[in-house]
Design a protein around this ligand. Structure first.
Ligand code: NAD
Length: 453
C-alpha cells in the first residue's frame, strides 16, 4: 500500500509541476466536468445514500447534491477574479516599488472525509482544491461503502488519477496516507481524529484545515418566538437522525417558557418524525451498531426521557427523543451526541447561559432564539464558537457567502464559497522594487543625492 500511495503522490506532483492545473480555463473546465458528472449520477448517489443511511431523495438533494451545485456555480463565476494577483499599498520607506499578492495553489492536497454527509463532505472541499489550481487525493469514509463506490466511479470516469484520485479504505489507509508528505491536508471528522491528523501533518509541517465537531447549543430566550424556535430546532436536530456536525446538540431554555416550549417540541417531533411520518418519509438509520449502543447507553438508567426513547439495534434505529431537566452532570452532556437525542436544560439568569456554554470546549455552532438586540450582543460578544444562526438552525452552512468552520476544539480554518478558494491557496507576497534609483538611507549612508552612487 505504501508504494502505491507514494507512486500516486509522485504522479500528482509531476502533473502539478507541469503547470496544467493552474490555468484558469482548465480549472473552470474541470469544475464543469465535475458538475456534469454529478448530474449524470444523481440517481446513483441517491441510491447509495439510501443503502448507506436510509436517506430520502429530497433530503439527499437538499443536503448533499444541491449544496454542491451552488458551490460549483459560485466557484465558476468568481474564480477568475479571486485568482487575480492583488496590488496592495506600499509604505513610503519602500519608495519606488510596488507590492502584490499572488494567489498560488499549494500543490498535492489530501481530503479526508466522514460518513454523515459522505458525498457532500468529500466533494465540497474538492471544489476548493480544483478552483485554487491543486491536484487532490480523496479518502472517503469506509463506513458508507456504497457512497464511497459512487465517488470512486465518478472521479475515475471524470479525471485522470494524476489530477484527482480516490483512495478508498479504513483507518489504516488513512494513516498510510497521512504518513506521506502532502502540500495541504483538509480533514473533516471527529475532534479526536483531528488531533491525530494534526500530529501527522506536523511531522512534515503540512498546513491543515480541520473541520471537527462539538456540542452545539441552541438557546431559547424568554422573549423568543417559541413556535418558530421549536420548529427550527426539531428540524435541525432530527434531520439525518441527528448525525449532523452542526445539529443543535442540546437546548437551553428560559425556565418561564418551559411548559409551552416542551409542548411545541413534542408537537413538531410527532408531526414530522412519529411512526406515521416515518412510514411516509424515510428516516435515516444510525451509521452502525456501535453507535446505536453508544446512543442507547445515554438513554439507560435515566428517568429524564420526556418523549421517544425507543431503539432497535438490528434496524440501526433510534427514535427521535427529547430529554427534560437534564443537568451538566448527565452522561448525555459529556460528549457530542451525534444522534437523535435532544436534551433540554433550563436557565433562570442570563449569566447561566454564558457559564453553561463556557464549561465545554468552543462549539462548532450556536443557535440563539430571541427578538432582543441586547441578548444578541450579550451572546455574540461573550461566547466563542465556529458560527451559527439567530432565530434558525443549520442554515448558516448552506450558503457560499459565509465561511464555515470551527474554533478551538471544533476546528481550524474555514471553507465554502471564496473561503474554499482561499483555504487551498497560498498568498505569495511580492515586493517589486524599481531599478531607476537606489536610496542610500537603508545602507546607513547619509548622502541623498543619486549622483553620489
Ligand atoms: P472520524 O473522525 O471517525 O472519521 C473521519 C475520517 O477519518 C474517515 O475517513 C476515517 O476513515 C478517518 N479516520 C478515522 N480514524 C482515523 C485515524 N485514527 N487516523 C486517521 N484517519 C482516521 O469521524 P466520523 O465518525 O466519520 O464523523 C463524525 C464526526 O465528524 C463528528 O464528530 C462530527 O461532528 C464531525 N463532522 C464535522 C463536520 C464539519 O464540517 N465540521 C462535518 C461532518 C462531521
Amino acid at each position: 500500500m505504501r508504494e502505491a500511495i507514494q507512486s500516486l503522490i509522485q504522479k500528482q506532483k509531476q502533473y502539478f509541476y507541469s503547470g496544467e492545473t493552474k490555468g484558469l480555463s482548465f480549472r473552470k473546465a474541470q469544475l464543469t466536468k465535475l458538475k456534469e458528472a454529478i448530474k449524470k449520477r444523481e440517481q446513483d448517489i441517491m441510491d447509495a445514500l439510501k443503502k448507506d443511511l436510509n436517506k430520502g431523495q429530497q433530503e439527499v438533494f437538499f443536503t448533499e447534491i444541491g449544496f454542491l451545485y451552488s458551490e460549483l456555480k459560485d466557484m465558476m463565476k468568481n474564480v477568475d477574479y479571486w485568482a487575480e494577483p492583488r496590488k496592495v499599498k506600499t509604505p513610503i520607506s519602500h519608495m519606488g516599488g510596488k507590492s502584490y499578492i499572488y494567489k498560488e495553489p499549494y500543490g498535492v492536497t489530501l481530503i479526508i472525509s466522514p460518513w454523515n454527509y459522505p458525498f457532500q463532505l468529500c466533494l465540497g472541499p474538492l471544489i476548493g482544491a480544483i478552483g485554487a489550481g491543486n491536484t487532490a487525493i480523496l479518502k472517503p469514509s469506509e463506513l458508507t461503502p456504497n457512497t464511497s463506490t459512487v465517488i470512486r466511479d465518478l472521479i475515475v470516469a471524470t479525471f485522470p488519477e494524476e489530477y484527482v484520485a480516490v483512495v478508498e479504505g479504513d483507518v489504516e489507509v488513512s494513516q498510510a496516507l497521512l504518513n506521506e508528505k502532502f502540500d495541504y491536508i483538509f480533514f473533516t471528522g471527529s475532534t479526536s481524529v483531528g488531533k491525530k491528523v494534526m500530529e501527522a501533518a506536523a511531522k512534515h509541517l503540512t498546513p491543515v484545515t480541520l473541520e471537527l465537531g462539538g456540542k452545539s447549543p441552541a438557546i431559547v430566550m424568554e422573549d423568543a418566538d417559541l413556535k418558530l424556535a421549536a420548529k427550527r430546532i426539531v428540524w435541525g436536530k432530527f434531520i439525518n437522525a441527528g448525525q449532523t456536525c452542526v445539529a443543535p446538540d442540546y437546548v437551553l431554555v428560559h425556565e418561564s417558557r418551559r411548559r409551552k416550549f416542551l409542548k411545541l417540541l413534542v408537537h413538531y417531533t410527532k408531526k414530522w418524525f412519529d411512526e406515521d411520518a416515518r412510514r411516509r418519509k424515510p428516516y435515516p438509520r444510525i451509521i452502525n451498531e456501535r453507535h446505536v449502543d453508544r446512543l442507547a447507553g445515554l438513554l439507560k438508567n435515566t428517568d429524564k426521557v420526556f418523549y421517544g426513547g425507543a431503539y432497535d439495534r438490528d434496524q440501526r434505529f433510534v427514535e427521535p427523543t427529547i430529554m427534560m431537566d437534564v443537568s451538566m452532570n448527565d452522561a448525555v452532556m459529556a460528549e457530542e451526541i451525534f444522534g437523535p437525542i435532544l436534551p433540554v436544560l433550563f436557565y433562570k439568569y442570563d449569566y447561566e447561559i454564558i457559564e453553561t456554554v463556557r464549561k465545554r470546549p468552543n462549539p462548532l455552532a450556536l443557535y440563539l432564539f430571541t427578538e432582543d438586540k441586547e441578548s444578541e450582543r450579550m451572546v455574540l460578544s461573550n461566547l466563542s464558537f465556529g458560527g451559527g444562526c439567530i432565530n434558525d438552525t443549520i442554515m448558516h452552512l448552506a450558503t457560499p457567502y459565509l465561511p464555515f468552520g470551527g474554533v478551538g476544539e471544533s476546528g481550524m480554518g474555514a471553507y465554502h464559497g471564496k473561503n474554499s478558494f482561499d483555504t487551498f491557496t497560498h498568498e505569495k507576497s511580492i515586493f517589486k522594487q524599481t531599478t531607476a534609483f537606489d536610496l542610500p538611507v537603508r545602507y546607513g549612508q547619509s548622502q541623498t543625492s543619486m549622483s553620489a552612487l
